[in-house]
Design a protein around this ligand. Structure first.
Ligand code: SF4
Length: 313
């Protein structure tokens, strides 16, 4: 079942005269179309959802997961193939967690949902000494619980609300701190091999999710209830990317396109390209080495959609 149509909710501080309202409504409509197009494109490009799938949509109460569920419901209503969505929230018993918010929201939508209540907060507090980072144990516990919920609900796929900026941040975190060219995959098997994990917001910019959450007036639950320190490395990388984008508009889009446009022969991983047995073929190859020629980087590239590059924006 799709989310009921509701009146447009304008972000606080928005001018409310008739002209301003019409403009805001037009912008909201454009944003909705962009979100649906980008999510639909990611689903198609990576074959994320197929007929008969039962997809568990993980809902934390943050803007990203609300946006994910919202857009998936819209796409489900017009999808050519039937699939099921089950919204799931894990109440980890963090102090101050407003346990009524998500059940009320989901009941209002009239969709299938499940709230799993497990006090991982107390376990984490008991096991991790004061002042130490709690996230790794907390997320390991959460992962195990979500797998068992997916199994119980007979879901074969798990949808997460990570977006384009999360994926780029992860790529840089792996490079800066892990010595790896490795990002966050749009689709992969879960580490226990049992489910397919999908990230339908892979092409969506975080700012669009912020704007959409304000427009739809989602009942956002704060994400700092556990009292954990924010991940400083991720914050630094996020700030770095925002700064780059401010100084060089289009850079984020170009870097994101690069993740879909990899040339193993021009990197140094001998597991991906057989440098040792390489022989000259005698056949000209545009992708071959151009010796001293400089590459021309006049324009940032647009986005690669299904093999076709579109201009950013
Ligand atoms: S921020 Fe809090 S809830 Fe999130 S993983 Fe870390 S400890 Fe868990």
């Amino acid at each position: 079942m799709n989310a009921p149509a509701e009146p447009l909710a304008l972000p606080p501080g928005t001018a409310t005269g008739p002209a301003a309202r019409t403009r805001a409504e037009r912008e909201a409509l454009k944003l909705e179309k962009r979100l649906c197009r980008q999510v639909g494109q990611a689903i198609a490009d990576f074959n994320m959802i197929e007929a008969g799938d039962r997809v568990m949509v993980c809902l934390s109460g943050g803007k990203d997961s609300y946006g994910l569920l919202d857009v998936l419901l819209k796409l489900q209503a017009r999808a050519p193939v039937p699939f099921e969505l089950v919204a799931v929230n894990l109440d980890q018993k963090q102090p101050g967690f407003p346990a009524h918010v998500l059940p009320e929201y989901l009941a209002g939508l009239g969709i299938e949902h499940h709230i799993e209540t497990q006090d991982t907060y107390s376990i984490v507090r008991a096991k991790i000494p004061e002042g130490k980072t709690t996230c790794s144990l907390c997320s390991r516990l959460r992962r195990g619980i979500l797998y068992s919920v997916a199994r119980r609900l007979k879901c074969n796929k798990i949808a997460l609300g990570h977006h384009r900026d999360d994926m780029l941040q992860t790529f840089f975190l792996n490079m800066f701190f892990g010595g790896k060219l490795k990002g966050m995959p749009p689709k992969l098997t879960s580490d226990n091999g049992e489910f397919i994990v999908i990230r339908p917001l892979a092409y969506v910019a975080e700012q669009d999710l912020i704007d959409w959450a304000a427009h739809r007036a989602f009942p956002i639950i704060p994400c700092n209830l556990c009292g954990s320190q924010e991940n400083l490395q991720r914050k630094q990388v996020g700030d770095m990317l925002r700064e780059w984008e401010k100084k060089h508009p289009g850079r984020v889009e170009s870097m994101f396109t690069a993740l879909q446009n990899v040339a193993p022969s021009h990197l140094m991983d001998a597991r991906l390209f057989d440098f040792k047995r390489l022989q000259a073929s005698g056949v000209p190859d545009e992708a071959g080495d151009k010796a001293f020629d400089n590459e021309n980087f006049a324009e940032p590239v647009g986005r690669l959609f299904g093999g076709v590059t579109l201009v950013a924006g």
